[in-house]
Design a protein. Structure first.
Length: 190
C-alpha cells in the first residue's frame, strides 16, 4: 500500500477489508451520532454569534480534512467534499449567508471543533444543565475520536504490516511546518 495519496490508501483499506474493520465503523457511527446530537446546541449559538461577527472564522485555510478526518469519513463510507482551495485568509468555499453548507458530521474537524471566544461565551451563557450536557457530550466525542484513531492505527498495521503516523499532518500543521502540499503523503507512512 505504498502508492497513492493518503486518502486513497485509507479508502482502499476500508474497501478491501470491510469484515475486519467493524469495530472502527462502529466507533465512527457513534461519533456521527454524537455530532448530530450536539449540532442543535452549536447551531443555536452560532445563529446568535456568527451573523454579527466582524471577523469570520470560516476561512479557506481551515477547510482541510486531517488524516483523522479521512479515517472517520471512510469508515462511514462517505466521500470527502472536493472544492477549489480558497486563499488562506479568504472565506471558506462552503460558507453561505446561512452558515456552512456542509452537514456538521461531514465537516473537517478543524471546522467542527473550533469555537471562537464569543461563540464559547455564548455557549457557556446557556442554562447550566444544557451547557453541562453539551460539555459532557463533547468530552465523550473526544474519547471516541481518540479510540477511533487508536483502533485504526492498530488495525492498519496488523492487516498491512505498515505503521501509519496518526497526526494532523494532512492539514494545517503541514502548512505551518512549511511542508509542501505534494509531499504530505510521503511523510505520513512510517
Amino acid at each position: 500500500m505504498s502508492t497513492g495519496t493518503i486518502e486513497q490508501k485509507i479508502g482502499t483499506f476500508f474497501q478491501s477489508h470491510p469484515g475486519e474493520l467493524g469495530s472502527i465503523v462502529t466507533i465512527a457511527e457513534k461519533i456521527q451520532a454524537g455530532i448530530r446530537a450536539i449540532a442543535p446546541f452549536i447551531e443555536q449559538n452560532t445563529a446568535l454569534v456568527c451573523p454579527d461577527c466582524a471577523r469570520v472564522c470560516c476561512s479557506g485555510g481551515h477547510a482541510a480534512y486531517s488524516l483523522e478526518d479521512l479515517v472517520y469519513v471512510h469508515a462511514l463510507r462517505l466521500q470527502t467534499v472536493e472544492y477549489e482551495k480558497a486563499e488562506a485568509d479568504g472565506p471558506c468555499p462552503f460558507l453561505s449567508t446561512g452558515g456552512c453548507r456542509l452537514g456538521r458530521d461531514l465537516r473537517p474537524s478543524g471546522c467542527n471543533w473550533y469555537f471562537c471566544g464569543p461563540l464559547y461565551d455564548s455557549m457557556e451563557s446557556q442554562p447550566a444543565d444544557r451547557y453541562r450536557e453539551f460539555d459532557d457530550s463533547l468530552k465523550d466525542l473526544v474519547e471516541l475520536w481518540m479510540g477511533l484513531i487508536r483502533e485504526f492505527a492498530g488495525r492498519y498495521q496488523e492487516v498491512t504490516g505498515e505503521a501509519m503516523l496518526i497526526t494532523d499532518l494532512a492539514g494545517t500543521s503541514c502548512r505551518k511546518a512549511g511542508i509542501p502540499e505534494g509531499r504530505r503523503e510521503d511523510i505520513l507512512p512510517l
